[in-house]
Design a protein around this ligand. Structure first.
Ligand SMILES: [Fe+2]
Length: 256
């Protein structure tokens, strides 16, 4: 029975993809020669390790978030990207994410409240936080940065609150020396993502919630190469004793 439902959904999606591409071909009078150029391009993309995943993530991961946000009563989700790692170090309320002293990042505080869709605080939500170094790289993925840096696992308290100290991330470019970069360049677009902090919230009876926050007025917020920014996720800093504070609250949907 489950297989039949899956087959039905699979068939609906595949048929709609095929139909959409056929309509594009008809509307734009795409020639057989142009079709073969596309086939060669996709074959070449598939031969390059990670390039197909990069291409599809860059262009479509944010669309899966739009689909979910359209149906959700919770706060907005955003793309996960490729740099999440399980096993980040646990950090107590108000504690500090490990950062490299020699990279001299700007200190920031991240805090907020986690509630359900009725506004009730949720205790014991596990909140993974990860972000770039002050030079736009990721620990554990790129060489030279210990895996337990620039990542932390927090737990909400009885009031649904969390707080952590870290350093401010910066914009970075996605890999753009392959076919994904060629397409972006052809479209007149760049390969930069605005500075952002990643979050993944998980808890008993809750729908997993993956999102990001971006910083008001900063570079590339209006032109993210992965089109992952939505207004709700662009937040301004406040100032507390000379330290920038970002307040990110979460409203989490119950698991279906
Ligand atoms: Fe990122």
């Amino acid at each position: 029975m489950t297989q039949k439902i899956m087959d039905k959904r699979h068939n609906t999606i595949v048929n709609e993809i095929v139909d959409s591409i056929r309509q594009v071909i008809i509307r734009n009078k795409v020639t057989n020669t142009e079709l073969w150029l596309a086939i060669d391009f996709l074959n070449e993309t598939g031969r390059s390790e990670h390039e197909m995943a990069l291409l599809l993530q860059a262009f479509f991961e944010s669309t899966t978030c739009v689909a979910r946000n359209n149906e959700s009563r919770g706060s907005a989700v955003a793309i996960e990207g490729p740099y999440f790692l399980e096993g980040a170090p646990e950090i107590a309320h108000g504690g500090e994410i490990k950062t490299l002293a020699e990279e001299d990042g700007e200190p920031i505080i991240i805090r907020g409240k986690v509630t359900d869709v009725d506004g009730k605080p949720i205790e014991n939500v596990t909140l993974d936080v990860w972000h770039s170094t002050p030079v736009g790289t990721y620990s554990g993925v790129m060489p030279g940065i210990p895996e337990d840096h620039y990542r932390g696992k927090l737990t909400t308290d009885a009031d649904g609150l969390y707080e952590v100290r870290t350093t401010k991330p910066v914009p970075y470019q996605i890999p753009h020396d392959g076919n994904t970069g060629k397409i972006l360049e052809g479209l007149g677009r760049h390969a930069w993502r605005p500075a952002h902090i990643h979050f993944k919230a998980r808890g008993e009876g809750l729908l997993e919630h993956i999102t990001q926050v971006y910083f008001e007025g900063e570079e590339y917020v209006d032109s993210d190469c992965c089109t992952g920014v939505c207004d709700e996720l662009v937040l301004g800093f406040t100032n507390e004793n000379g330290v920038k504070v970002i307040t990110k609250n979460f409203v989490l949907d119950a698991a279906a």
